[in-house]
Ligand binder design. Sequence first.
Ligand SMILES: Nc1ncnc2c1ncn2[C@@H]1O[C@H](COP(=O)(O)OP(=O)(O)OP(=O)(O)O)[C@@H](O)[C@H]1O
Ligand code: SF4
Ligand SMILES: [Mg+2]
Length: 337
Amino acid sequence: MTTTRHESEERHEAAPALLEVDDLEVRFPVYGSGLLRRVVGHVHAVSGVSLRLAERETLGVVGESGCGKSTTGRAILQLVKPTAGSVRYRGEELTSMSSAGLQRVRREAGIVFQDPYASLNPKLPVNDIIAEPLKVHRRWRDGGPERVAELLRLVGLSPEHGNRYPHEFSGGQRQRVGIARALALEPRLLVLDEPVSALDVSVQAGVVNLLEDLQERLGLSYVFIAHDLSVVRHISDRVAVMYLGRVVETGTREQVYESPSHPYTQALLSAAPWPDPRQERVRERIVLTGDVPSPVNPPSGCRFRTRCWKAQEVCAEQTPELTDRGNGHPVACHFPD
Ligand SMILES: Nc1ncnc2c1ncn2[C@@H]1O[C@H](COP(=O)(O)OP(=O)(O)OP(=O)(O)O)[C@@H](O)[C@H]1O
Ligand code: SF4
Ligand SMILES: [Mg+2]
């Protein structure tokens, strides 16, 4: 296993942080079925998540369905109210910011959703969809129509198609419209929530390449949420692996993919298709048994312990903190590799 500090890790620490998330917590109330609809419990969707994103960097967030990726992305942008924790964007605390302050930040920090069909208003032509944020933020009078045409060109679409409706575009083109809209206010940060998961494999690469190209040209930073490990590997500088609301391992792409230290990351990677057929033949597959426990009543101590082949008594008693053991590759496990 690699123990030396990786070059890109050093670059990450040297670069100014655009986004710093500390101990982020999101709990959703669960209501009873009685007339009074009392709160009978909570969904522990995000628990103690800490992340750091440097300028022009891509942080990939991976994990199984329901592990809290989207809630983390939305809580970063304050689209879901965090229950606790801190989110700092360019040094400013967002969790206690006034709505006027948040409106200002939202010009710089946008989101792209998984399903472009659901996230774009089907009743509006594409020109109006892209124009909306410009109008809301009072930028329309200052060359609005030209800006919409420029945005369409930027994402590889023809401005002549701007009067068409979302259903007249293919899936990949619709996602390009979603990206154009997210870029309307010239953001620095985009949260991309499974931006290619709903697309055919054949068009995924085109959209991923477009995102990389835009990052380069516009100096963007991305939080890239996905459950497809190969897409995350392709696009990310750093990766955070989530399990049941917690980050269990984080580091550079090479650290996480080439030297996975947490049993959950090892299991995830062992189940993913390998690009090299020789490695594919010899690699060991780790088959996880049991279901993901309910986030309403997560296991004590390590949340992964009910499915972990290395679990010992201490794992039920003490929550393993995300700990950097000196190699810039923090892991939340009492017995990491
Ligand atoms: N508004 C809400 N009210 C109650 N529970 C919620 C709400 N939003 C999300 N959850 C729950 O929080 C947990 C985390 O959900 P989230 O959507 O963040 O997961 P995810 O990792 O994005 O999953 P997927 O890969 O399926 O998109 C899940 O158990 C989900 O059911
Ligand atoms: S803390 Fe224990 S249960 Fe959790 S991943 Fe590590 S060995 Fe497994
Ligand atoms: Mg999601």
